[in-house]
Design a protein around this ligand. Structure first.
Ligand code: UDP
Length: 328
């Protein structure tokens, strides 16, 4: 299949793009490189440097490459940032997604996969969170993804577009020793902890230690980026049987303190930690139930043990302390 991957130079998008290339699909990556890295794009993928604010560019890309499916990763993705700059999310994330969907409809692309988020569930009524839990976004980021999910729902009704919304819990780990997470600035727990292990930072600040959780720190469900990528391939192949929404996690939660402890053990470094204020928009516990995708598509995460996640990320960070800088 010919697949357009927006954000295919980013952490998750590039991992999925590579898996698609490896399974024989033709991949076109569209990325503005604001957060992604040209070196992360697989060699065998076509690359279009451009921005989803530019409707004309999207139309030209679809006319030239005529993809049969779109996977949409390009997005602002930070809960904390969205609490400070809501319009980056409620305006730009939504508008860019809408631009892409409008072009998809005009160019008869009728398969669409949306990268969505666990932040749809700000205050979940039960844990683990299955797809029937009421959506109540925890931040403008989560809200922006929900608006796009609902738009896809209506495009399925009105335009016969089949979609999958894949709600990731905490994507983590490295796809390989030369392919990993590289954000500037970095805000995610595991890479920051590993930067402390590498001596690039003095300490990790724990955002809140008075949550209603076993050790007072937030509990998250970390899922390996390779397992997420596999879910995209499965979902794409299932779209001909109709649209679907899945929560993607490991089904097991770890507190911030447990992540730090595991990183100390895996890296052999001390990793100083200090308690700080909670981060606005952070729910205390997010753990997925992924029974639905396991049962319907046979998804089985293989790399998502916390030691494997941190071990693979450590390998990447150790070998590439400056991320993709210097990689071709
Ligand atoms: N966190 C932290 N210190 C940091 C970065 C993150 O304590 O420097 C916590 C954060 O509050 C959350 C968890 O680690 O509870 C995972 O955060 P991350 O930003 O990695 O992912 P998110 O859950 O926001 O998608």
């Amino acid at each position: 299949m010919r697949v357009l991957v927006t954000g295919g130079a980013g952490y998750i998008g590039s991992t999925v793009a590579r898996q698609l290339v490896e399974t024989g699909d033709d991949v076109i990556v569209l990325d503005n490189l604001s957060q992604g890295h040209r070196a992360a794009v697989p060699d065998d993928a076509a690359f279009v440097h451009g921005d989803l604010n530019d409707r004309g560019l999207i139309d030209r890309t679809l006319a030239e490459h005529r993809p049969e499916a779109i996977m949409h990763f390009a997005s602002h993705t930070l809960v904390g940032e969205s609490m400070e700059e809501p319009f980056l999310y409620l305006d730009e994330n939504v508008r860019c997604g809408m631009n892409l969907m409008k072009s998809a409809v005009e160019h008869d692309v009728d398969r669409f996969i949306l990268s969505s988020t666990a932040n749809l569930f700000g205050t979940p009524e039960r844990i683990p969170i299955d797809e029937d839990v009421t959506v109540d976004p925890g931040s403008p980021y989560g809200e922006s993804k929900f608006i796009l999910e609902r738009t896809l729902h209506w495009l399925d009704e009105t335009e016969d577009l089949s979609y999958a919304a894949l709600r990731y819990f905490n994507a983590a780990g490295a796809a390989g020793p030369n392919q990993g997470e590289d954000h500037a600035p970095e805000t995610h727990l595991i890479p920051i902890v590993l930067e402390v292990a590498l001596g690039q930072r003095d300490k990790i600040v724990i955002f809140g230690d008075d949550y209603d959780t076993p050790d007072g720190t937030c509990v998250r469900d970390y899922v390996h980026v390779l397992d997420l990528a596999q879910a995209h391939v499965l979902a794409l192949n299932a779209l001909d049987d109709g649209s679907r929404v899945y929560n993607l996690g490991n089904g097991k939660g770890y507190s911030v303190r447990e992540v730090i402890e595991t990183a100390r053990r895996v890296t052999g470094h001390e990793i100083p930690a200090e308690e700080g204020a909670p981060r606005p928009g952070d729910p205390p516990v997010l753990i997925a139930s992924s029974d639905k995708i396991r049962e319907e598509l046979g998804w089985a995460p293989e790399h998502s043990a916390l030691d494997d996640i941190i071990g693979s990320a450590w390998e990447w960070h150790r070998r590439h302390p400056n991320g993709y800088d210097g990689l071709q």
